[in-house]
Design a binder for this molecule. Sequence first.
Ligand code: DGI
Ligand code: FE
Ligand code: FE
Length: 403
Amino acid sequence: MRILIYGGSFNPPHLGHIRSVQTAIDALQPAMTLLVPAAVPPHKALASGSPTAEQRLEMTALAAVEIPGCEASGIEIGREGPSYTADTLRELREQYPDAELIFLMGTDMLLSIESWHDPVYIMAQASLAVFARESGREQEIAAQAVCLRRKYGARVYQLTGQPLEVSSTQVRSLLPRRQGREYLCEGVYAYIIRHRLYEAKPDLAWLRERAYAYLKPTRVEHVRGAETMARALAERWGADSGDAAEAAILHDCTKKLTRDEQLRMCEKYDIIPDKWELENDRLLHARTGAAFAADGFGAPEHIVNAIRWHTTGRPDMTLLEQIVFLADAIEESRKPYPALEAIRKAAFIDLDAATELCLRRTLAFLEEQGEPIHPDTARTREYYLKKLEEKGASPIPWAAQEK
Ligand code: DGI
Ligand code: FE
Ligand code: FE
């Protein structure tokens, strides 16, 4: 029986790893393939801000499901101290006394193997499989294979195939820029975003696809509109338009849930609804949406807060919160309501005046409907009215009975 072993940092595992291991499986036809993330790679330090070893193991398991016959092994992560290949092979040899163990490695590793811990034991216990990372190194590899064979009796399989030109370092540097998704399998990418490893920010096309799945089809147009408006306002007022888009894409992600579902979600996320929210579950989606965006999509605090306060607003909102609050109210597909055009115009002239008018009109609407007014809504309007006064600006004229 052949067992193929592929060790590495897997920080994170990417499509280059998957392509490599698939090539090796096709050539060597092992009965089983193990992806073995190293606990502390002896040959290089992990980048700062790295995930824990357990998280790398979980990501590696998510990558392994993409390849039939492949699984992730915690054999090195469970062990104290640095990960020596020799120790790993010793454990596997005990478990599988009669198997041919084949250790898969990159070119550089083959060239440096004599400097590893106990190379004699490694090459006595395992065959080596190697591919050229860059083309044109076949001769170098062949020469090293001959040398290792002579010195240690090593068996070296030389694999052909074009490896995918991508490295974990490269992927890590792309992720904070909302890029790099194309180098990762879906499960690994979703995991990275959910846990915001490597300071990753979601690719917005990916986020839209994922987030829209939680919306009623009829709400998608509104959320698209809110994103476009949030971006425009972010550009006008100097906020991060990616963050504004991210918050807008997620802002109504729990809107379609029924009252019971909202309440169940409150329980799950330790949200204690107040009496206004209990009476009117329309108010709850801002709180459950914020919690769900954090849990399901790893949204960071400033984005979570923009979602949390998008319905009622709150006094002294951050720029991002104010942008999302207004974008939601004035996006292009909103059904016309009194003062809409005035708020739209004001949003690009004076954010506070626009916020005050938006809240003034909501209060008038709620009063007309005989709906209870949440204290946050009332308090926020008071705050912005006072703020306008203090800066010597007058509120935008508008009477509640105007159409
Ligand atoms: O989720 P959207 O429909 O896109 O917009 P939203 O989250 O701003 O929700 C708007 C609804 O929330 C609207 O029907 C009015 C209602 N609302 C806002 N403030 C209050 C409120 N309802 C009550 N009862 N009390 C409030 O203070
Ligand atoms: Fe909403
Ligand atoms: Fe909305």
